[in-house]
Design a binder for this molecule. Structure first.
Ligand code: AMP
Length: 472
């Protein structure tokens, strides 16, 4: 009854009949962390919905995506990483064997299904295992080591959609195979840090060491013993983790679990002397290159394959790591062997780009974003069919000389075109009418002063280049 009453009210507000309102709401998918509603109903045809946790990449974010890709490519190349592109589909076994059972990704989040020929395949949930597989199948053990990859592409996890968590998301990552040396770990951390720093983000690296598998095993016995005595204080998830993967309890954000963890044995005290000195060396290198870090003894990362150094990167203001990490990575010396290759050390990181863009967008709204979109400095307005044809040709000449020129062939009135030029805040407009086509000229209008100048079309490129030169 209350619902009916409410519907009446809402329908009145939305100017809809109650019947239509109910129909509309039936067709509306569950809210997708504040994303645009993607359903529309026209007549009786229902537009298929955007899947939950998926995102369309729209032109309004193009600038961010391009900047991120350029930054990633430049950095990876500068540090000697070569691009690798592995398939989105892989054998399910690749991830079960590398990430391990008992991890959320493998137990709950994989898009795994049977292929038409009966094989079990999945959409990759991450790319480190794929890189290790590629390293083995292409016989890269025989190349000079380290073999360094960078990748950039979509990953898929059937995660619970919420802010910063998607079911398809994009990662930029780097992997280094073949060398077990603290300098490799420090270099990887530096690349991830500089990527975020180059985008103007102030971040901190959170660091820990898991030591060798033996160190970890000894520690696990101690930790499990301790957690069992505190079982009744743990959240329901951690009670399950205690049985399946006790290290994951250290990751829990629940306040009561955190309290239990304050007294828990710390992994750093269970490291062998060689693991300890390895970790100290990583820290020394980071000090040397001024990468800020925070030691975080509860940081274990959820996946089985990590050994020695593990790290995550958070915004500086998120010193507790309470929000989502922008980057995660670490060393995985057992991974290649676990997948059937010759024992080969390795280390890497990956950065979630949707999360980075969400921070950049927030900063843009607040006016604090360090990276700025470059808008066209020239608008080309044309009047009449002949001018439009000539404009097409001149636009191409200007494009080839690197001058970004906006235009709107869809608008025919000069007024409409000049309004658009104003909106784009260009410095100059080019105006081409019937008379200019016949004279072989064009008008250059300074949008700030309103002063107009007639220029020969052949000299247009040079005249604009001169005007756009930065003033010394
Ligand atoms: P991981 O592969 O779990 O170590 O994650 C590395 C990075 O990928 C994280 O720090 C996030 O930035 C990003 N990431 C992981 N899962 C998601 C997700 N479901 N949606 C968006 N980004 C994610």
């Amino acid at each position: 009854m209350i619902l009916k009453k409410n519907n009446k009210k809402i329908a009145k507000k939305k100017n809809l009949s109650e019947k239509k309102l109910v129909k509309k709401e039936k067709n509306t998918p569950a809210k997708n962390d504040g994303e645009e509603n993607t359903i529309s109903t026209k007549g009786s045809v229902r537009t298929p919905a955007l899947l939950r946790g998926m995102k369309d990449l729209l032109p309004k974010e193009e600038f961010f995506w391009k900047t991120l890709h350029h930054t990633a490519e430049n950095l990876a190349e500068a540090y000697g990483f070569g691009l690798i592109n592995t398939p989105i589909l892989e054998e399910t076994a690749l991830f079960v064997r590398s990430l391990g059972r008992g991890t959320d990704v493998v137990d709950k989040e994989m898009y795994s299904f049977e292929d038409l020929d009966g094989g079990k395949i999945c959409l990759r949930p991450e790319a480190t295992a794929s890189c290790a597989r590629a390293f083995i199948v292409h016989g890269m053990q025989s190349l000079p080591q380290p073999v360094k990859f960078w990748y950039y592409g979509p990953m898929f996890r059937h995660d619970r959609p919420q802010a910063g968590r998607y079911r398809q998301f994009t990662q930029f990552g780097c992997e280094s195979f073949g060398v077990h040396d603290p300098v490799v770990d420090a270099e990887l951390i530096a690349v991830a840090y500089h990527f975020l720093e180059d985008l103007g983000l102030k971040v901190n690296v959170h660091l820990n060491s898991l030591g060798t598998p033996e160190d970890r095993q000894n520690y696990l016995i101690e930790l499990t013993g301790y957690l069992r005595t505190k079982r009744s204080y743990l959240c329901e998830d951690c009670k399950k983790r205690l049985v399946k993967n006790p290290l994951r309890v250290l990751d829990c954000k629940n306040l009561e679990c955190k309290e239990v963890l304050n007294e828990a044995p710390q992994i750093i005290e269970w490291l062998s002397e060689s693991s300890k000195s390895y970790f100290m060396k990583v820290l020394e290198y980071l000090d040397e290159i001024n990468v800020p870090y925070v030691l975080q003894n509860t940081l274990v990362r959820g996946l089985d394959y990590y050994t020695d150094t593990v790290f995550e990167i958070y915004l500086e203001e998120d010193s507790e790591g309470a929000q989502s990490a922008l980057c995660g990575g670490g060393r995985y010396n057992g991974l290649v062997e676990q997948l059937g290759g010759r024992p080969t050390p390795g280390a890497g990181f990956s950065i979630g780009l949707e999360r980075v863009i969400s921070v950049l967008r927030k900063q843009t709204d607040e006016g604090t974003c360090k990276i700025k979109e470059v808008f066209p400095s020239v608008f080309f307005a044309q009047l009449g069919e002949q001018a439009r044809r000539r404009a097409l040709r001149l636009l191409e000449v200007l494009r080839k000389s690197g001058i970004v020129v906006a235009h709107s062939f869809g608008k025919s009135s000069l007024k409409g075109q000049m309004e658009m030029a104003d909106k784009l805040k260009v410095r100059y407009s080019l105006i081409l009418g019937q008379k200019e086509v016949q004279d072989g000229t064009a008008i250059i209008r300074d949008m700030e002063s309103g002063i107009q100048e007639i220029v020969d079309q052949k000299k247009l490129k040079n005249a604009l280049e001169k005007k756009l030169q930065p003033k010394v």
